[in-house]
Design a protein around this ligand. Structure first.
Ligand code: PLP
Length: 388
């Protein structure tokens, strides 16, 4: 039986493909150290697990959950938003719990885009965005990001005929894969631009709470009037080491939240209540918990940057996120570089091109590898340099 054309037209999910290559190496006996997935290796806080356990034992929580999330979780999200960003949200109209932010990002175009509508898409980008746009029949117009412009898109370079057909603009700061953090002035410009051209701003803030050197990223909803044109995606996955729980939130424009609620109530039946209760516990954790966890990632960041320089990778120092974005030596492609490194050392990095053509010349390195494996990787890199 043939699969649907809409599925056949999709590019392969590179992480699944690359995962297969790593699995082949492992099957051949290679002790692969993988720096390729942004999957937190640190444990979920015990208070959160206790909340999950207690809630799971309550029979009322074992039944179908609410389509639009527990009112208590919506209220907890709104309270967290005030505490964290100083922005008021109406929990009933401006907050929607998600089965992980990927689920919401993937469904959003179905709720807002018609066949042939254009999505302005950063390149490189989290690969789910263009796939979701394609599944909804939309067309991507790519906005190149580069080092010279601080990895921020240039709205002035978008042709007028493209703008006339544009429905959504996708932004993601702190950014995966580049690590770029946007100042509020950039969000102000984006909101002005979206208002002027009647475009929905889709801001993905999955890395809001993984930050270094005292940096605190700001929400796009801090811009006055942003709710008229913007929604923002948040996630507990990276923030609280809860990737396996599958929980995130959509916040912002009430009309879009209503549309997504309507779409999702036809596709899924909410989120297991104990997971929402555990997420409420996580959102109430003190800042000290985040600071201690982020200090671990920051130490890894600094060690890996030093090790990268040893093998000819120019890694920049990100202020947030789970990744180093490193330039490879001239004259090689990202794919060649990563395959060669995997063959020579058993170290797996992600080629920048997994995030779009704009990632050529770069590799992405995750900070989600335990310290003893980082030690081993650093030693292997040193040996590889000594023998090259
Ligand atoms: C930029 C970005 N957005 C969203 C997600 C999805 O996160 P989740 O579905 O776990 O909330 C990821 C995961 O890697 C990501 O890198």
């Amino acid at each position: 039986m043939e699969l649907a054309l809409r599925l056949q037209q999709l590019p392969p999910y590179h992480f699944a493909e690359y995962g297969r290559k790593i699995a082949e190496k492992r099957a051949a006996g290679v002790d692969v150290i993988s720096f390729s997935m942004g999957d937190p290796d640190l444990p979920t806080p015990p208070e959160v697990l206790d909340a999950l356990d207690t809630a799971a034992r309550e029979q009322a929580n074992q039944r179908y959950p609410e389509y639009a999330g527990m009112p208590e979780f919506r209220a907890a999200t709104a309270a967290w938003f005030v505490r964290r960003f100083g922005v008021e949200l109406d929990p009933a109209r401006e907050v929607l719990p998600l089965i992980g932010s990927k689920e919401g990002l993937a469904h959003l175009p179905l709720a807002v885009m018609n066949e042939g509508d254009v999505a302005l898409m950063p390149d490189p980008q989290y690969p789910v965005y263009p796939t979701a746009v394609a599944l909804a029949g939309g067309i991507c117009h790519y906005l190149p990001l580069d080092e010279e412009h601080g990895w921020l898109p240039d709205f002035a370079a978008i042709p007028a005929d493209v703008l006339a057909r544009t429905k959504t603009l996708w932004l993601n700061h702190p950014n995966n894969p580049t690590g770029a953090c946007a100042p509020l002035a950039f969000f102000e410009e984006a909101v002005r631009f979206a208002r002027a051209h009647d475009i929905l701003l889709v801001h993905d803030m999955a890395y809001a709470e993984v930050t270094f050197d005292g940096y605190k990223p700001q929400s796009i909803l801090e811009v006055p009037g942003a709710k008229e044109v913007a929604v923002e995606f948040h996630s507990l996955s990276k923030a609280y080491n809860m990737a396996g729980f599958r929980i995130g939130m959509l916040v912002g424009n009430a009309g879009i939240v209503e549309g997504m609620t309507r779409l999702k109530s036809n596709l899924d039946t909410g989120i297991f209540r104990p997971i929402q209760i555990a997420a409420m516990r996580a959102l109430a954790l003190p800042d000290e918990w985040l600071a201690a966890r982020n200090a671990i990632y920051q130490r890894r960041r600094d060690r890996l940057i030093a090790a990268c320089h040893g093998i000819g990778l120019e890694a920049q120092t990100p202020q947030a996120g789970l990744y180093l974005w490193a330039r490879i030596p001239a004259g090689q492609t990202s794919a060649q570089f990563t395959l060669d490194l995997l063959d020579r050392t058993g170290i797996a990095l992600t080629p920048g091109t997994n995030f779009g053509a704009g990632g050529e010349g770069y590799v992405r390195i995750t900070l989600t590898v335990p310290d003893d494996r980082i030690d081993e990787a650093v030693a292997r890199m040193a040996t590889a340099v000594a023998h090259s």
